[in-house]
Design a binder for this molecule. Sequence first.
Ligand code: BTN
Length: 270
Amino acid sequence: MNLSLPEVLPAEFAESLARAAPRLGSFAKEVIWYPSVSSTSDAAAVLAERGAAEGLVVAANAQTAGRGRFGRGWASPAAAGLYVSVVLRPEADVVPMLTIAAGVAVAEGIQEATGLRCELKWPNDVYVGTRKVAGILAEASTTTADVSGIRYVVLGFGINVMPASYPPEVTVRATSLEDELGREVDRALVLAECLLALSRRYSDLGQGRSADVIAEWRTRAATTLGRRIRLEAAGTQLEGIAENIDETGALVVQTASGVLRVTSGEVQWV
Ligand code: BTN
C-alpha cells in the first residue's frame, strides 16, 4: 500500500491532545492525520510494519474504504465521525482481552466527553438503545497461528459523531452522538477522552487488572447479558441465553445442548 501524504493535525485536535498528553502514557506521542485515506487501519498497519512505536495514532477526516468487522464496510463521511487507529505492541497474554477493553474504553471516552452513557453489545459494539454509535476493529499481525507470536495489533475505532448522509442500510441501524444529544459535540474532545480511556484500560490489562475491565463491561452489557441471542460463529449458528463473559472476555451462552463458550462471532438479539 502506498501511503498518501499526511497533513498537519488540525488545531482543535492538536490542542485537545496536548491537554491530555500528560495522562496519555505512550499513546498519541505521534499522530498522523489524513484529510482522506482509504482506511486508517491499513495506514497504521503499513507504519507498524515500518517499525512504528506503540501508541502511534492514525486519524482521518474521511475514509474512502473504511472497514468493519466480518469484511463489511464502515461508512466514513467527511467530518461526520472519528476514524482512528492505534498501533499496539502488546504481550501475548493481553491480546484476547483487547477487544473487550477497547469497547469499554470507547464507551467511557464518549461518556467522559459528552455525558452520554453507551451500552456494549458483545464483544465491543457501542450502542445507544438499539442503535449502534461506534464500532471497533482489532487486527493482529502474528508470526504463528495463535497469539503467542504477536507482532502488533492495529486497534481501529469509528464513532458516528454527527448526523450525515449514510447509506440507507446504515441509517436504520445506526445513530450518532449529536442525534442522541440534540446538540453539537466536540469531536476533538471525544478523540482525546477515548484515547485517554484506551490508555488507562490498556494499562489495566498489562498490569493484571483485567477483572476491572470485565466488571465495567458487565455494567454496560444490559443489551447482551440475560438476553436470548442468536450467534453465528465459525460458520455455525447457535441460539441461547447470553449468561456472562468469562475472565478472557469469551461469551458464555446457555444453549439447549449445554453451556458454550464463544470467542468470536456476531450477536443478534432474538
Ligand atoms: C465494526 O464493524 O463495528 C468495526 C468498525 C471499525 C471502523 C474503524 S474506523 C477507523 C478504522 N479504520 C477502518 O477501516 N476501520 C476502523
